[in-house]
Write a protein that binds this ligand. Structure first.
Ligand code: AP5
Length: 251
């Protein structure tokens, strides 16, 4: 995907890209915008989908395979903050363990930091943010260019098996599944050799709560981005390679 094809994509929200870090930074400094700063015309694709729908798997794979894509996961940022014991991490922990959303201001500040620290010309695959209408408005005020919001659509009855079988590398963040995407050596990350872990919120009770939160708070974003003409949908109930290819075709 080059800048020219990106610009013609889906018509409505074609990004106006800066040519590299220096120009991005210059655009940033020209400033303005509702968040007190405008982050140039950073090109963003939002991943929408229920917990366990495959957002992290697809975004991680596409970013690994395409030099012009990066992957930012709100969940990973929060888990990293918890691991480091930051104030934000300590505040977020209880919400995450219950499967509730953390406060909007907390996660928005983290996303804002990442966006403002990002230079260059990559398209950011934004996984897990926004998660409700208030966060979508905050993102809009950051002055970024949201090119598309791609929904990975998976029925609820598939979700539980996906989440309970998930294993994650705490070091490099690679994701696995005990049957759908097993590591070469059971329990060990293929990429960095670290012992895989089970996320604290990946248990049957919390999954039901996370699904309920998704339906109540995140699903309205489907209509929100639909009304803006930038909603795309892929069938997430297929092989990972098939889903990733279908997703890429939407970019
Ligand atoms: P977060 O980490 O974002 O979790 P989530 O949205 O619940 O999504 P998951 O990471 O569970 O699923 P995924 O769609 O990435 O699936 P994956 O690719 O891993 O958020 C965690 C918590 O942080 C939230 O509950 C909340 O508390 C807080 N939070 C985060 N963002 C927030 C925000 N913006 N505002 C407020 N709070 C926020 O796949 C799952 C499994 O399925 C894997 O094992 C994978 O190998 C397997 N799999 C994937 N695709 C396929 C496929 N096509 N076929 C078969 N198996 C597959």
């Amino acid at each position: 995907m080059d800048s020219a094809s990106a610009a013609t994509l889906n018509g409505a929200c074609a990004p106006k890209r800066a040519n590299g870090a220096a120009e991005s930074r210059a655009a940033l400094l020209r400033g303005g915008g509702g968040f007190g700063i405008i982050y140039g015309a950073m090109d963003i694709v939002i991943l929408l989908g229920a917990p366990g729908s495959g957002k992290g798997t697809v975004a991680g794979k596409l970013a690994a395979d395409n030099a012009n894509l990066s992957h930012v996961s709100s969940g990973d940022l929060l888990r990293e903050a918890i691991a480091k014991g930051t104030a934000a991490g300590l505040e977020a922990k209880g919400y995450m363990e219950k499967g509730e959303l953390v406060p909007d201001a907390l996660i928005a500040a983290m996303i804002k930091d990442v966006v403002s620290a990002t230079t260059g010309d990559k398209t950011m695959l934004l996984d897990g943010f926004p998660r409700n209408l208030a966060q979508a408005e905050i993102l809009a005020q950051m002055g970024v260019s949201v090119r598309a919001a791609v929904l990975i659509d998976v029925p609820d009855d598939i979700i539980l098996g996906r989440i309970l079988g998930r294993r994650t590398c705490p070091n490099c963040k690679a994701g696995y599944h005990v049957t759908n995407l097993p590591p070469k050596v059971e329990g060990i990350c293929d990429k960095c050799g670290t012992r895989l872990t089970i996320r604290k919120d990946d248990n049957p009770d919390t999954v039901q709560d996370r699904l309920a939160v998704y339906h109540r708070q995140t699903e309205p974003l489907i209509e929100y981005y639909g009304a803006k003409g930038i909603l795309r949908k892929v069938d997430g109930n297929a092989d990972i390679e098939v889903v990733a290819k279908a997703f890429m075709e939407q970019l």
